[in-house]
Ligand binder design. Structure first.
Ligand code: NAI
Ligand code: MG
Length: 365
């Protein structure tokens, strides 16, 4: 796909990787939406789609070519769907594609905004949009998902498996700096550092110590520390006390599904895998997986994928287009007739996409 911009406007090279399951439904919807937005907002898109994922694996024995991350290096951004298939183990699909890209392109900051959008009722009684407005920052390069460990004595009674969590001073410092800076950029300047240093007395104690060190660089940010188990209660019972949240790879993975559910549905939740220094392209994707139970039915909610494009446009510096898209998404969520089944309605992917495209065009600004 190639959209010609007006003279003088920027053109962005985007690598699209729809992947598996509903990824192959929501990314095409996202590309259709982006084409309309580019035409309306006046920027160009040069999109190359990659057929990597489980079908590619069935053909080649690999989820993507070995030089996959290298082939992505010269793009401005990556727009990703989901991976996961019923006939291939999840650790093969996830590590073979998504995690290999995140680690290979050093996308160490995973950013997950969560808000109650207009027209969406979350499961928390009486909680308003103003009371549930969070950004979760997930450490995305090490911690529990460092990939270190191994198995020996396979199949024998003495079989051993280790899964080594790695916390490095460099890795923790950079994610803390990112999270404190993000908290400072938001009106409340409030950060909660999630930990489990009571039980995990090495890596997570280093995590806490570095949080306190970095906090001294950000005297205008109010911060507190919360054990991850207690954090699940606080998210449910006192959502308004939270704003920006930073957590390890595993903890934030779990907390962000909870956050998505509290904001109405996993189907709307977006994420950005960022290399903040821009040495490598960043990757934008809905947080959901391939959703075997609804694949092929035409009812996948594309809004998580669209909201991820909002984050992508912001990262590319197209702030006006990003804001226009967010307003279009909110106009659509405000109308319950346009809610897909995961939000309690009956709208199909196609209808939601068409409605967002119309909302993009309808606005005069
Ligand atoms: P999932 O996110 O695919 O689905 C969980 C539930 O949410 C399902 O009931 C599904 O129908 C619903 N759901 C998710 N996205 C939706 C959408 N856009 N619209 C409507 N409903 C939606 O998670 P699950 O079932 O744990 O995993 C399925 C596969 O996806 C596994 O192979 C897993 O490894 C993979 N996965 C991949 C991820 C990724 O690529 N980033 C993230 C999470 C899981
Ligand atoms: Mg997850």
């Amino acid at each position: 796909m190639d959209t010609k911009p007006p003279e003088g406007a920027n053109t962005y090279r985007i690598a699209a990787i729809p992947g598996d399951g509903i990824g192959a439904e929501v990314v095409p919807a996202g590309l259709r939406m982006l084409e309309a937005l580019a035409a309306r907002a006046g920027f160009g898109l040069d999109i190359e789609t990659f057929d990597w994922g489980s079908d590619y694996y069935r053909r080649t024995g690999l989820m993507m070519p070995e030089d996959g991350p290298a082939r992505l290096k010269d793009f401005d951004a990556i727009y990703f769907g989901a991976v996961g298939a019923t006939d291939i183990p999840d650790h093969v699909t996830l590590w073979g594609l998504r995690l290999a890209i995140c680690q290979g392109l050093d996308q160490y900051a995973n950013v997950r905004p969560t808000r109650l959008l207009p027209g969406i009722e979350g499961p928390l009684r009486g909680v308003t949009a103003a009371e549930l407005d969070w950004v979760i920052v997930r450490e995305n390069s090490e911690g529990e998902y460092s990939g270190q460990g191994g198995r020996t004595h396979r199949g024998l009674p003495e079989e051993i498996a280790t899964e080594v969590s790695i916390f490095t001073r460099a890795g923790v410092t950079r994610i803390m700096r990112y999270a404190f800076a993000l908290a400072r950029s938001r009106p409340r300047k409030l950060l909660t550092v999630v930990t489990k240093s009571n039980a995990q007395r090495h890596g997570l104690v280093l995590w806490d110590e570095i949080a306190a060190e970095v906090a001294r660089e950000f005297p205008d940010v109010t911060w507190d520390k919360m054990l991850v188990d207690a954090m699940t209660m606080r998210m449910v019972l006192k959502p308004a006390t939270l704003d920006t949240i930073v957590a390890t790879n595993l903890h934030a993975d779990i907390l962000s599904d909870l956050a998505a559910a509290l904001a109405g549905s996993l189907g709307i939740a977006p994420t950005a895998n960022l290399n903040p220094e821009r040495h490598f392209p960043s990757m934008f994707e809905p947080i959901h997986g391939s959703a075997f139970d609804i694949v092929g039915k035409g009812i996948a909610n594309p809004l998580g994928c669209f909201w991820s494009a909002v984050l992508m446009l912001d990262h590319l510096g197209e702030h006006a287009a990003s804001a226009r898209l967010m307003r279009a998404i909110e106009r659509v969520t405000a109308d319950k007739m346009l809610h897909p089944p995961d939000l309690g309605g009956s709208a199909r992917t196609e209808e939601v996409t068409g409605a967002v495209v119309r909302a993009i065009w309808a606005e005069n600004a």
